[in-house]
Design a protein. Structure first.
Length: 290
């Protein structure tokens, strides 16, 4: 991988770090992923503005049952930043599918949270012969997205998306502001640990990352449009929502109507980032599925 980033400051016990090279003739970068455990393959897909270490609390709970692959989505975490790359849903889904096809993973359980939940669902629609099950946690496919977190989040997102000044705003990320925005996605605000916040800020300082951040915020319409793919999925689906997630009851009902055969769980007291505050709930679902 090009030496454009510092090394991660967090090590998830039992994991090793790997990369997948870009394919010749494609506008894509090297992808980084964490691997741990033994057993059937489990692919973990992170949320908006995070990375593979988002699952630091979940991986040790399930690595005795699964071979875990936690991906840094294109341009995020320590995956390569490609100038001018798209962060629309199809482009990010292509990154997930590269992981599955490059490693020839079959009978895969896909667990994604937020943006990662949408990608888990659409990847299962694209690759039905490889997908065994989908656990979609707090799907990020509704109007407003992270801007529903708080007034501060609305102001920041509006600034990032604004013509002209947007790229400048995207490059300014005070620690206190990021902490407040992320805590707005938690029922238990102590679940956002300081070392993880520092790691996210380090990634945010990578050359070119402001363009990635702006592209991700701009991609919400494509994530909403991706809901049209949900009925194509053949694999069993488990929809999981935090009681205090940014989605509204009407958003959840709309997805239940699209996926009438899906199992459904509401996690009391939890917010948008269930992998941070209630990894035990997700581990329980995965162990039951295993």
């Amino acid at each position: 991988m090009p030496n454009q980033t510092p090394r991660p400051t967090i090590h998830v016990p039992g994991t090793t770090s790997h990369t997948i090279a870009a394919r010749d003739g494609h506008r894509e970068g090297t992808l980084r992923y964490l691997k741990a455990g033994t057993g059937a393959p489990l692919v973990l897909l992170h949320t908006v503005r995070t990375q593979a270490e988002h699952f630091r609390n979940l991986i040790p709970l399930v690595s005795d049952r699964y071979t875990v692959y936690a991906l840094d989505l294109p341009g995020m975490g320590y995956s390569e930043i490609v100038p001018g790359a798209s962060y629309e849903e199809p482009a990010m889904r292509a990154g997930v599918e590269r992981l599955l096809t490059a490693l020839d993973l079959e009978d895969v359980t896909l667990l994604g949270e937020s943006m990662g939940a949408v990608l888990a669902l659409t990847t299962a629609a694209d690759l039905p012969d490889r997908a065994r099950r989908v656990i979609a946690v707090n799907t990020y496919d509704f109007r407003g997205g992270i801007a529903r977190s708080s007034l501060l989040a609305r102001v920041v997102v509006a600034g990032v998306l604004a013509p002209g000044v947007g790229p400048v705003v995207a490059g300014v990320e005070p620690k206190a502001a990021l902490r407040r925005i992320l805590r707005g996605g938690l029922g238990d605000r102590t679940a956002l640990q300081t070392d993880y916040l520092d790691e996210l800020l380090q990634v945010g300082s990578r050359p070119g990352y402001p363009a990635v951040a702006r592209g991700v915020y701009q991609n919400l319409p494509s994530l909403i449009a991706a809901r049209a793919r949900y009925p194509e999925i053949k694999a069993p689906i488990h929809l999981v929502y935090g009681e205090k997630d940014w989605s509204r009851p009407s958003d959840r009902v709309a997805n239940k109507d699209l996926l009438p055969d899906a199992e459904y769980m509401l996690v009391p007291g939890a917010g948008h980032f269930i992998a941070l505050e209630r990894p035990d709930v997700l581990a329980g679902l995965l162990k039951a599925a295993a």
